[in-house]
Design a protein around this ligand. Structure first.
Ligand code: ADP
Ligand code: ADP
Length: 218
């Protein structure tokens, strides 16, 4: 199964992706996580991406597309994958189409998570992220079992530098302008599914399970 998770920053893509990948045995590929890893390692790509990420702007398409091409050919993605945070522009979606053709692969689902702007600002300004595995928490809505520590690996939780109100609002504007057109792009292909991203985390996952099980293209 191959799917794309679309939705504004803070919609809960990472949170839900964890459940999907666990239950459907596929690998998550988050371009945001991958870019943060490059930054931590101090690679050339990490250095180039830094300024864009800190401003809440998109990293140039060519860098992202090269990164994805390098990643998706790895054997761990053979059984399927969930793309989280990619594609984010029409140019990226077209490049993905081309790559899928080369790999002789087909996309099964594009899940679109919808959440209102003010809820997103509340979510992201109190989001905390694990330094080791990237799992996200919310101080009030989705707190860790032990304060400041990741439930999975005990890693220290930190606040991403781009999770401040000003940058969040910029990321939302970037989403509206550059990423939202993808909804139309994938609706035309007949593989787009809409999910209300507000409400309890477990209930949202139930909606997703229903779609993935009912339309079964496994
Ligand atoms: P994305 O990957 O789309 O940017 P995350 O999964 O990191 O979003 O979620 C953003 C923030 O919102 C995190 O702090 C997360 O714990 C919280 N969150 C996720 N789902 C919900 C929900 N249904 N209700 C309230 N908060 C949520
Ligand atoms: P969120 O889902 O909370 O917006 P991500 O972790 O997906 O955050 O992305 C963080 C930042 O990484 C983005 O604001 C952007 O600068 C960069 N980024 C991630 N994925 C892409 C992409 N596909 N294209 C361009 N930039 C990206």
């Amino acid at each position: 199964m191959r799917l794309i998770f679309l939705g504004p920053p803070g919609a809960g893509k990472g949170t839900q992706a964890e459940f999907i990948c666990r239950d459907f045995h596929i690998k998550q590929l988050s371009t945001g996580d991958l870019l943060r890893f490059h930054r931590k390692q101090g690679t050339e790509l990490g250095r180039k991406a830094q300024q864009y990420m800190d401003r809440g702007e998109l990293v140039p398409d060519s860098l992202i597309i090269d990164m994805i091409k390098e990643e998706l050919v790895k054997p761990e993605y053979k059984n399927g994958y969930l793309l989280d945070g990619f594609p984010r522009t029409i140019a990226q979606a077209e490049a993905l189409d081309k790559l899928l053709e080369e790999l002789n692969q087909k996309l099964d689902y594009v899940l679109i998570l919808d959440v209102q702007t003010e809820e997103i600002v509340t979510r992201l300004t109190a989001r905390r992220t694990c330094k080791i595995c990237g799992k996200t928490y919310h101080l009030i809505f989705n707190p860790p079992k032990v304060d400041g520590k990741c439930d999975i690996d005990g890693g220290e939780l930190y606040q991403r530098t781009d999770d401040n109100e000003e940058t969040v609002r910029n990321r939302l504007a970037v989403y509206e302008k550059q990423t939202k057109p993808l909804i139309d792009f994938y609706t035309k292909k007949g593989i787009a599914y809409f999910i209300n991203g507000q409400g309890e985390i477990e209930k949202i996952y139930k909606q997703i399970q229903e779609i993935l099980l009912k339309t079964k293209r496994l």
